[in-house]
Design a protein around this ligand. Sequence first.
Ligand code: AMP
Length: 501
Amino acid sequence: MTQFTDLGLAKPILKALADKGYTQPTPIQAQAIPVVMKGRDLLGIAQTGTGKTAAFALPILHRLAEDRRPAPRRGFRCLVLSPTRELATQIADNFKAYAAHLGLSVATIFGGVKYGPQMRALAAGVDVVVATPGRLMDHLGEKSATLGGVEIFVLDEADQMLDLGFVVPIRKIASQLPKDRQNLFFSATMPSEIGKLAGELLKDPASVSITPQATTVERIDQSLIYIEAQRKRPLLAELLSDRSVERSIVFTRTKRGADRVAKYLTAAGIEAASIHGDKTQGQRERALAAFKAGEVKALVATDIAARGIDVNDISHVFNYELPNVPEAYVHRIGRTARKGKDGVAISFCSDDERSLLKDIEKATRQKIPSFDRRNDKALAAAAAVADKLAPAEKYVDPRKADPRNNVPSELRRKRNRNGAQGKGGQGGGQRDGQGGGEGRQAQGQGRNGGGRNGGRGGQGQGGQGRGGQQAQGGAKQGGDFRGPKRGGGVQTVETRWSPID
Ligand code: AMP
């Protein structure tokens, strides 16, 4: 088995790895690190959770440290582009941890907070900048950032960039980079447009492909519940109150939906918080901290807000609404069963969502074991209570949504704007669209990046609720449940990913 010590990484990096208790590289790290250390371009097909951040951060830091030179004023030696601010923060935190004994500087640039601290962080030059495309474009327009000093360019989660309409800004940014540079390109999937972008950006790349999604997914116990749309909330409350649910992500399609579900759960006595782009950065960080600390049992999130969030030990994923694209289903359920653990994924399917389910089953070539909880009287009664606790939202037929992806409507507007612009205009036009206005957050950090994450209180907005109001379909069971209940019994779904007949 390869050890980190076999890879020829600089001593201070090995020390940082030892500090973290990492001794063995993950498969993507073992393959990518030697290639990147040699200065070659890399195409990596890998998802979050495979250790891909360290796969690029470690050899990049090694290269920067071996050839120390000051970054130009307002410039940086390494640029990492990330689709969302959460992922940007995570990547930067990783860089900082691995650079702890190197004295290299790391800064993040993303929308939604003030420009001033970012400008100050960039002023003297930074070794590594992790940025979302929109805010970086703004800085370039304002001349508070320059790309002339970039030696290494990393594009992370390229497929998500495509979903968020960032391909145009990425091309613009790339066109301003020095020709002589190293390029690293990571994507979980390779839709044709992303393949094309990779072809444009990469020169004779080595390619590394890790963990076909199915191998992650195989460890997840999946089930599906047919349920009336308006009864989803009490059903969710019922399932969440099972003791086996330790920490869960609940996916909704819209930001408003996420708020309503979280509000209902809180009122029903279940610790919940929502996270999406309309929340302030502070709210998002608090919700995430509370979730990580185990104070929040259910984090209700939109796809984009949840993407890239690295929280381990998620026991359950609930698809409160099915996503509009099958790939999102795989991404969502992959949030559980990380780091070799098993997980449970339960999806709700109302009549309007049948075609989405069909697409998912076709794309994954699996049939999800299903249960029928329609016409459940207890849930019907509870749904009436639910409406009082938090009025139900109007249900929108998902087939009327943009069929190309599950980007929320406000993001689609942004994408249109991206497409419409592109006249070379600068001056702050382009905003971070990440997550449909999920974006607009920013964070600048100065040299040597003392972790800004330390010491944020974890309080989340979930709170305690008043208890006791959630709907109960039947007697609560303490033990491990995987399948939903009907009439008080517990059904365990043994099948995992049985083939479609
Ligand atoms: P990533 O795919 O980069 O989001 O990494 C997933 C998680 O694995 C993160 O929490 C990393 O800190 C952790 N990790 C990365 N590399 C290793 C390693 N070699 N050994 C153990 N954990 C790791």
